[in-house]
Design a protein around this ligand. Sequence first.
Ligand code: PLP
Length: 396
Amino acid sequence: MAYDAPYWRDQLSLIEQKALLRKRFDVHSRSGVELVTNGEKLTNFASNDYLGLASHPEIVEALCTSARTYGVGSGASDVVSGHFQAHSDLEQKLARFTKRDKALLFSTGYMANLAVASAFANSRALLLQDKLNHASLIDGAKLSGARAQRYLHNNPASLGNYLAKLYDADKYDHCLVLSDGVFSMDGNVADISQLSEVCSSYTSLLAIDDAHGLGVLGEGGCGSVLSQGVSQEQCPLLIGTFGKAFGTFGAFVAGPEDLISYLEQVARPHIYTTALPPSLVDATSKSLSLIEAGDDLRTLLNQRITQFKEELSDSGFTLLDSQTAIQGVVLGDNQLALDAGAFLRARGFLVGVIRPPTVPQGSARLRITMSAAHNASDLSNLTQALKEFRRERMEA
Ligand SMILES: *Cc1c(COP(=O)(O)O)cnc(C)c1O
């Protein structure tokens, strides 16, 4: 036998036994928050399309018009011949939007995070990051080869303690500190202004991954960093993604001229990959204009968030301390979380069922995301169904 098939089958059944098997399904059509899969119609509470821009007609039009002009694929890496005027234009707009000198596009947020960690940390660096950071930052730390340590979740004092304990000027040239702006599974917002305080006492470079904050938080959707009044000097590196509130696809890193120019030279996930299609970049530019003018959409989104929290406030469910569009209902047990997801699905609601290793052991949960495209009755129907599940399965 060329390979040990029973071994891999055993590995797979171990995953299944722990109720950790992930199952995909095919979406056959989508209209706003409605999905159709195998004839089943579902209201989608499992997407990060917070402003409903993924199917916005102006963005769709921008994509089609650009594709007719430039074709589909960019054809090469940004550093060879894949970089179009559209890319330069969007990078400039993003620099203005984030109040930073310069921005560099990446194909995905995952790659942007691998790039930041491996470009700004090496064996002469200490890398500290929040315990609940996104997997791409955790993987980036491994790739960097730096001495890495995770500090207590959203705890600047814990960061300070590790810096005091581990930072040794003979061993390290500098420290890179990484945090999500909005934590992707808990929905709480990092205390960025305190993190930057702590970083300022050491030679530490602070990078914030604002995948879930940009477009959603603050005036004009400026995100978690600017809405806390934190400047480029205090938080030099800002990572953003387009797959969430922007409703498109791709990512960027913005910051001071010298840091971003350096990143452009050394970031392997930028150099050794095909550039984003120009049509997608033009669609993202359109999305950025809608985001900047989108305070009405953010008001709608905030109404839905408030409604969700109010309707479940005395339901007995454990909600997380989140004021954002990411709301977690922690159930603990993996199978109970799966059952709750299936119960809601049978009633026409799609929610995220999140299990370890995405969240810590024993904290399996439903991850429910709000969108400006949900209406009040979409939401009250969902909270009713959740309460029904609780009565039938948790209180019986
Ligand atoms: C989604 C996400 C990413 C990855 O972005 P992609 O563009 O989807 O690869 C990175 N960081 C955080 C915090 C995220 O939630």
